[in-house]
Design a protein around this ligand. Structure first.
Ligand code: PRP
Ligand code: URA
Length: 205
């Protein structure tokens, strides 16, 4: 299942993120803002439970998040930019990392690192801003499932149709949440119109 953010603010922020004149400091802020919107969208079915509270005017019963731990698994390196928004809004989050890097010639991802908290019985969100061929995301979801994470959600800022297709085929149980679905990949497997290399723009490399 693919969910695309449809919100004027998301469109506004993505457009500034795409702009090649946007500097790394602003780029990081925009990535934070978009991830916050995506985190809210991707968690709209979290369990809640009733809680009695007293307002300054009267007693009432509201709802609060049930004690359902969330795990965010970031794909290094660019996925690191998407961790903090989850940590800032959800009370109980643990974080894992999977290191994957695309070979510049083949665009095939190579795994170089893995550190995961317990995943069984937890809601797992795999975060990576760019879903291009889908190779990195599908490989990261393989790792999550091998470690006991069931039906993880993939949260990305920009996706290409090819990446959505690959992940949906290899992991039909994984829902995909994106801010925007772009047109296609170029011959070097970069997303068009895209924003270029997210990690390089994030870290100024
Ligand atoms: C980028 C991006 C994804 C991957 C997407 O990472 O952050 O992880 O490419 O491409 P794919 O869908 O074709 O696999 P990259 O390999 O450039 O590493 P980096 O985050 O260290 O820059
Ligand atoms: N990784 C990126 O950072 N950008 C792309 O367009 C494709 C993969």
């Amino acid at each position: 299942m693919l969910s695309v953010l449809k919100h004027p603010l998301a469109d506004h922020v993505v457009t500034h993120l795409r702009d090649k004149t946007t500097k790394p400091a602003t780029f990081r802020t925009l990535a934070y803002q978009l991830t916050l919107m995506l985190a809210i969208d991707a968690t709209r079915d979290l369990e809640t439970e009733p809680k009695a509270v007293e307002t300054p005017l009267e007693a009432t019963t509201g709802r609060v998040l049930a004690h359902e731990p969330i795990v965010v698994v970031a794909i290094l390196r660019a996925g690191v930019s998407m961790v903090q928004p989850f940590l800032d809004v959800f009370p109980d989050v643990s974080v894992g990392y999977v290191g994957l890097e695309r070979d510049h010639a083949t665009a095939v991802a190579r795994s170089y690192y893995k550190k995961l908290p317990p995943l069984a019985g937890r809601r797992v969100f795999v975060v990576d801003p760019m879903l291009a061929t889908g190779g990195s995301a599908a490989q990261a979801i393989d790792v999550v499932k091998q470690a006991g994470g069931a039906a993880p959600r993939l949260v990305c800022i920009i996706a290409a149709p090819e990446g959505v297709e690959t992940v949906s085929r290899r992991h039909p149980d994984a829902s995909i949440h994106v801010a925007v679905l772009d047109r296609a990949l170029n011959e070097r497997k970069y997303i068009l119109p895209g924003l270029g290399d997210f990690g390089d723009r994030l870290y100024g490399t």
